[in-house]
Design a protein. Structure first.
Length: 73
């Protein structure tokens, strides 16, 4: 969503919010992690989302056993 904000003296006016785009962010299991990032100039968004063709499908799960053997000391 986006809303124009104007200030005049001590008054602040916020216009009606407008939809920028539709997105389906991936749930981050209620953690503090965000499913998105905004570029420093506010012109681009990176959103962790699923493709429409993937909605409702289960993602494969990979379990790596004995992963500490791969660490280089």
């Amino acid at each position: 969503m986006s809303a124009a904000i104007t200030a005049s003296g001590n008054a602040l006016h916020v216009d009606v919010p407008k939809l920028l785009f539709r997105a389906r962010p991936v749930d981050n299991f209620g953690t503090w992690l965000h499913g998105y990032a905004v570029s420093p100039d506010g012109q681009r968004f990176l959103i962790n989302s699923r493709l429409e063709s993937e909605v409702g499908k289960s993602a494969p799960l990979t379990v790596v056993l004995n992963w500490t053997k791969a660490l280089k000391y």
